[in-house]
Ligand binder design. Structure first.
Ligand SMILES: [Zn+2]
Length: 283
């Protein structure tokens, strides 16, 4: 079948420290049936309740994207979801023994490697697409995002910080398995030095370290091994967009133009797309 849904050929496992809780987390990516979408199962909870990776399940967008099904919550899902979506995995069942996947190095690269290790298999069902017919625009303060009709999935993104070394970064690319793996997946999470103490006082980023984040202080970069891309920050923002917009539950044909995006903006757009999808299915 042309453009069939895909899942993983076999289960693959990974473990590491979770960013916010700081505990060791184990994750298994399993194959799933056609039309199942991506589901995360909390194997540490009774009955391993499934949490659908869908915009309707989002309960928090502070710093990271959190989804939930009743009391079963999963934090920081965007990096693993970005890797699955961009590499072309439509259906997967993710088993996790805690509320958060391993943060790894703060990028999607380890998940890309994991998916490549598993390999992909085509399924007996066509892929579903959301095709943008007319522009969709949202804004939250200085953050803005517009979706325009496009036969491919393209993202153009601009970020700007009040740190001289960063100033403004801009990048535009078509999202394919190859461009994601090469141009986006290695970009790491970053934060401002001034943000660290308030986050820690809230009990967040207990697993945070220079192993999994780049820190900016007074216009300088604090990082273990320098930057992986000169414009690593805009690339990580694009990685987050791919992860958050995958919460629409199908594939996307659109040109995404994002200015100073973040999880609140991305998830609001994903929810706006879902409203269009619902309206289209009711029509
Ligand atoms: Zn991120």
């Amino acid at each position: 079948m042309d453009d069939a849904q895909q899942t993983l050929k076999r289960p693959v496992r990974y473990s590491g420290i979770a960013l916010h809780t700081g505990v060791r987390a184990h994750v298994t990516l399993n194959p799933a049936p056609a039309n199942a979408g991506v589901v995360i199962r909390r194997t540490d909870l009774a009955g391993a309740p499934p949490v659908r990776a869908h915009a309707s399940q989002v309960i928090d967008v502070m710093r990271a994207t959190t989804i939930a099904n009743g009391p079963a919550r999963v934090h920081t899902v965007e990096h693993v979801l970005a890797a699955l979506h961009a590499l072309g995995v439509d259906n997967a069942a993710i088993d996790m023994d805690g509320p958060e996947p391993p943060i790894a190095d703060g990028s999607s690269a380890p998940y890309v490697a994991l998916i490549q290790e598993a390999g992909l298999v085509a399924q007996d069902a066509p892929r579903r697409y959301f095709e943008v017919k007319e522009p969709i625009f949202i804004e939250r303060g200085e953050s803005k995002m517009v979706l325009l009709p496009d036969p491919q999935y393209r993202i153009s993104c601009t970020v700007k910080y009040n740190a001289t070394i960063l100033d403004t970064q801009y990048l535009s690319l078509t999202v394919t398995p190859e461009t994601f793996a090469r141009d986006l997946s290695l970009a790491r999470t970053f934060c401002l030095y001034e943000e660290i103490a308030p986050l820690m006082s809230k009990g967040l980023i207990r697993g945070g370290s220079l192993d999994n984040a780049v820190v900016m202080k007074d216009g300088a970069i604090i990082s273990k091994d320098g930057l992986r891309y000169n414009d690593e920050f805009v690339r990580h923002k694009m990685l987050d967009i791919v992860g958050d917009l995958s919460l629409i539950g199908c594939r996307l044909r659109a040109q995404v133009i994002a200015i100073k995006p973040g999880h609140p903006l991305n998830v609001t757009m994903a929810q706006a797309i879902c409203q269009h999808l619902t309206a289209a299915s009711l029509a």
